[in-house]
Design a protein around this ligand. Structure first.
Ligand code: ADP
Ligand code: TYD
Length: 207
């Protein structure tokens, strides 16, 4: 049984926490699950991540940003995700191409059709079986995130993050069979319980 699950959400929505807890619970059930993240997840991807996030790179152009995210994605798909799926694993990826549509498409205003074409090239057409979209209002996500260190992308304005969130909600509405929208404003364990409950029928259907 292979299954490709992605987690999406605004910055600070708690999706990394939730992805990690879900993998721990799958492991506890003896299921072969692999956790990875974008941008990054491979040695080359982590190097690209550093270029994208470095505050030294303030001069980075939007198109360059898209292509760097896409380069990291091409690497992780071919080197890690596809082989793991072929080996029958459950792959859980913290962010995937919906992040590009939400952040660079809705956030920066780049052409969505162009982004979809670049994404298809990078992924070879790989689409998640299931996407948990962890939704929080922008102010909550930004407040949670302030506890961590800051990177280049953290310097975007609130209006940008609002466009990103609304973009995600539109993506989720357009593909209700793939997206599961989760209210991320609740306590960590409550959110996790809902995610596990929503995943259960999907796991059973694939056994
Ligand atoms: P993301 O990956 O979406 O940016 P993280 O999982 O890294 O979010 O969480 C960002 C911060 O918010 C962390 O300090 C984390 O402990 C905290 N956090 C995560 N989920 C919740 C929650 N449901 N309620 C309160 N704080 C949370
Ligand atoms: P990360 O540290 O993973 O942030 P978070 O904990 O919020 O997930 O940094 C990833 C940042 O990159 C985040 O602000 C979202 C952004 N991003 C894009 O803008 N486009 C993309 O395609 C991806 C994968 C991420």
């Amino acid at each position: 049984m292979s299954l490709f699950i992605t987690f999406e959400g605004p910055d600070g929505s708690g999706k990394s926490t939730q992805a990690r807890l879900l993998v721990e619970s799958l492991h506890a059930q003896g299921l072969p699950a692999l956790l990875t993240r974008e941008p990054g997840g491979t040695e080359i991807g982590e190097q690209i991540r550093n270029v994208i996030l470095s505050t030294r790179n303030r001069a980075m152009q939007d198109q360059a940003e898209v292509l760097l995210f896409s380069a990291a994605r091409a690497q992780i798909v071919a080197a890690l995700i596809r082989p793991a799926l072929a080996a029958g694993k459950i792959v859980i990826c913290d962010r995937f191409y919906d992040s590009t549509l939400a952040y660079q498409g809705y956030g920066l205003g780049l052409d969505l059709d162009a982004l979809r074409a670049i994404t298809r090239f990078a992924t070879g057409g790989l689409v998640p079986d299931l996407t948990f979209y962890v939704d929080v209002p922008v102010e909550i996500g930004l407040a949670r995130r302030q506890r961590g260190e800051t990177n280049r992308l953290d310097q975007k304005e609130v209006a940008y993050h609002t466009r990103v969130r609304n973009g995600y909600l539109e993506l989720a509405r357009a593909e209700p069979q793939r997206f599961i929208v989760i209210d991320g404003t609740r306590a960590i364990d409550q959110v996790q319980q809902e995610i596990r409950a929503r995943l259960l029928p999907e796991l059973h259907a694939r056994r």
